[in-house]
Design a protein around this ligand. Structure first.
Ligand code: JD8
Length: 251
């Protein structure tokens, strides 16, 4: 899968992508990330990408011409119409379902805004507008990296062990169970005995209970969509009964 990222801050994209799982996937040719400096698509001596907003107001707006030229260049290189994703606070919420859907594409363009935003005529070329959440960033680069990271890890071969993709919390619709590693006791803090027991049936059940109880207390909204097996439904019923019993006892 290939990602073209259009930005005025190429270093903000390049540095994080050089590290870790995505860095290895790029080195190995499993994914290709082409970072395009928007200033390379200007035609004036000073490589200006922004201008004042029509109608007045604070800040600057990204000019349309460099963006249209960048998209034209990418389209010519690809030889066909593009999927162009713009990150913006006005976008539809980016979810794991959207990541799954986008991971099926051979190529996507991620367009990063800055300042007060992008000249609205660019929408003409935008297939999809996505927001990563309800808080305000200074620009689209970090949001584009979030989208890229979540999509790329679903591309076969990017994550070494496919089981960690299949079992991740949003695939199952529940939060993760707690993880521990050696030593079994550290500063008087012990790893739960069940994990040292070697009883794999018990371990599986304990992990289900932990995942369900965390989800119930921290993200009960996730339980509506979670696909629970019979054992998980039984554990959840027990956890809810415990909760209501405690509430009753507390008055
Ligand atoms: C792109 C400029 C800065 C600052 C208006 C638009 C996404 N979840 C999200 N929060 N913020 C963004 C985001 C912010 C951006 C741009 C994405 C381009 N800004 C803001 C306040 C004034 N502009 C985002 N996805």
């Amino acid at each position: 899968m290939t990602f073209d990222i259009v930005t005025i801050f190429p270093a903000m994209i390049e540095q994080p992508l050089a590290a870790g799982i995505l860095g290895r996937a790029i080195d190995g040719g499993v994914i290709d990330v082409k970072v395009r400096d928007l200033r390379d698509f200007t035609t004036d001596r000073h490589r200006v990408v922004d201008d004042e907003p029509y109608g007045g107001g604070p800040g600057m707006v990204l000019k349309p011409e460099p963006i249209f030229r960048a998209l034209d260049a990418i389209e010519a290189a690809r030889g066909g119409p593009l999927t162009v994703i713009m990150t913006s606070p006005q976008g539809k919420r980016f979810t794991q379902d959207a990541a799954r859907r986008l991971s099926g594409a051979a190529h996507i363009v991620l367009l990063c805004g800055r300042y007060e935003g992008i000249d609205d005529r660019v929408r003409e070329r935008v297939t999809e507008e996505l927001s990563i959440g309800d808080y305000v960033l200074t620009g689209g680069e970090l949001a584009a990296l979030v989208v890229l990271d979540a999509v790329a890890r679903l591309v076969p071969g990017v994550v070494g062990d496919e089981r960690s993709v299949a079992e991740d919390s949003f695939s199952r619709g529940l939060l993760d169970f707690p993880q521990y590693t050696r030593p079994a006791e550290f500063a008087a803090l012990r790893v739960p005995d069940v994990l040292l027991s070697g009883n794999h049936a018990e371990i599986r059940r304990w992990r289900k209970r932990e995942a369900l109880s965390r989800t119930l207390s921290r993200r009960p909204d996730l339980l509506d969509a979670a696909e629970l097996d019979d054992e998980e439904q039984e554990i959840l019923r027990e956890l809810r009964e415990d909760g209501t019993a405690r509430q009753r006892a507390d008055g």
